[in-house]
Design a protein around this ligand. Structure first.
Ligand code: ZN
Length: 128
């Protein structure tokens, strides 16, 4: 018996927005896998690519997440740790580069969760 995930939990854990169980991304075995995404949910078979260019909007989400991270890191380093401007800029640059694969995936997960609605019966229909 699986426990029902919340929308926030499934989005942050990169789960299918329809069934909240299947992974939206393949496991990472190489660097090229970081940005790979299956066409359908492995559990409920929901199509992740609703239309051509569907994930272009996720770029705006990624931009917002990266900007917030950049600002947060700069504020923390410059005023929190009282580092120099150069050190603060290097700090946020390194952090943004390191988290960029997760930001890419999270932005797509957020974007998909906006347009693909949760269906509590999605798992029951997956055995067809
Ligand atoms: Zn699914």
């Amino acid at each position: 018996m699986s426990k029902k995930r919340s929308r926030l939990n499934s989005t942050l854990n990169l789960k299918c927005p329809r069934c909240r169980e299947g992974n939206m991304f393949i496991p990472v075995k190489s660097v090229s896998d970081l940005f790979e995404m299956p066409d359908n949910c492995p559990v409920c078979k929901t199509e992740y690519f609703i239309e051509v260019g569907f994930y272009w909007g996720a770029m705006f989400v990624a931009y917002a997440l990266s900007s917030a991270t950049t600002l947060g890191c700069f504020v923390l380093a410059f005023w929190g740790f009282e580092w120099s401007i150069t050190a603060s800029c290097v700090f946020f640059t390194v952090v943004v580069i390191l988290i960029s694969p997760y930001v890419f995936r999270l932005s797509r997960s957020i974007w998909a969760s906006i347009f693909i609605k949760y269906d509590e019966h999605a798992l029951q229909g997956s055995s067809d």
